[in-house]
Design a protein around this ligand. Structure first.
Ligand code: 13P
Ligand code: SF4
Length: 294
């Protein structure tokens, strides 16, 4: 605990020393649930990118939510505007809009429901609509499309995470050749070609669980390298090899312990989402939590 009035939530990708100082560490879905249900202090500090802090503020409006570095922004979320969603709605008037949580509050506000990488298939399958506009990650949209009967329309046509999309199937094959017998686990934000090379595809916390279950001595990890120390802690004795040395989200690494301490001392920067965007975005998030397994 850094301060008795503060709960620190950290995403699985932030610096190891920030994860070590946190009260809770998790994937996007776990952090959203914890922010809503488990915070007893007046201040909630979120060590992660902007949409994670915004999500916490939306789900727990009674707390003061602090994002220590507002310039730490998800490059994929930045690329999509509410106007893009409204244009897609006009083109597919009978479709539901499913917004990956890696979006701004303004995009969530014009969507029907949110999802994370941990529950995207579950959420899409729980909807009544036969067609789903899925924003903004095309790779996750195609991952879902392969696991549902519904028509999934990715919007925008080339939305992606620049970190995960840069991983190539050739790099994964080269890592396998170097480590015969290794298991390959990847995040669903990687390309379909990379996912086709994988033994396991899941969210960051899904990969943590898998790491404790696999029998493989060596695991090749196709996600941001911040997960590697977490995996080593969760499954001591196994070797975890990054699928590429370039899997680094610079925005996640912007959150330092020093910035967190400064933010606690200053009680800011505070995350505030104005109305009516806040109520609409909260509705899409709450609907996701209601539709996904606890
Ligand atoms: P998870 O929800 O799997 O933790 O992923 C968040 C993310 O930003 C992946 O790049
Ligand atoms: Fe966004 Fe990609 Fe960074 Fe995740 S890894 S926060 S999707 S830019």
């Amino acid at each position: 605990m850094l301060h008795p009035d503060v709960t620190l939530l950290a995403h699985n990708y932030v610096r190891p020393e920030v994860q070590a100082a946190a009260d809770f560490v998790g994937d996007s879905l776990e952090l959203a649930r914890i922010a809503r249900d488990r915070v007893e202090t007046p201040y909630l500090v979120v060590a992660g990118v902007d949409f994670m802090a915004e999500t916490a503020a939306l789900l727990n409006p009674d707390k003061t939510v602090i994002h220590p570095e507002p310039f730490s922004r998800c490059a994929m979320a930045l690329r999509l505007t509410p106007g893009d969603v409204l244009a897609a709605r006009a083109a597919y008037p009978d479709a539901a809009v499913v917004a990956y949580v890696n979006t701004s509050a303004a995009v969530k506000a014009v969507s029907d429901v949110c999802c994370t990488s941990a529950n995207a298939v579950e959420i899409v399958n729980a909807l009544e609509e036969k067609t789903v506009i899925f924003v903004p990650d095309r790779n996750l949209a195609l991952h879902v499309a392969a696991r549902t009967e519904k028509e999934v329309v990715p919007v925008p046509a080339i939305g992606c995470c620049p970190v995960h999309h840069a991983l190539t199937a050739g790099e994964v094959r080269a890592a396998r050749a170097l480590h015969p017998g290794a298991e390959v686990m990847v995040h669903p934000e990687t390309s379909p070609e990379v996912q086709a090379e994988a033994d396991y595809i899941g969210s960051t916390s899904g990969m943590l669980r898998r790491a404790t279950q696999t029998r493989a001595e060596t695991v090749i990890v196709g996600t941001e390298i911040g997960l590697i120390p977490r995996l080593e802690q969760a499954a001591p004795g196994r070797r975890f090899i990054p699928a590429s040395p370039h899997l680094v989200c610079a925005d996640m690494k912007m959150i330092t312990l020093e910035l967190i301490e400064q933010a606690i001392a200053r009680h800011g920067p505070v995350v505030k989402v104005p109305e009516p965007v806040a109520s609409r975005a909260r509705h899409a998030l709450e609907r996701m939590l209601a539709l996904s397994r606890p």
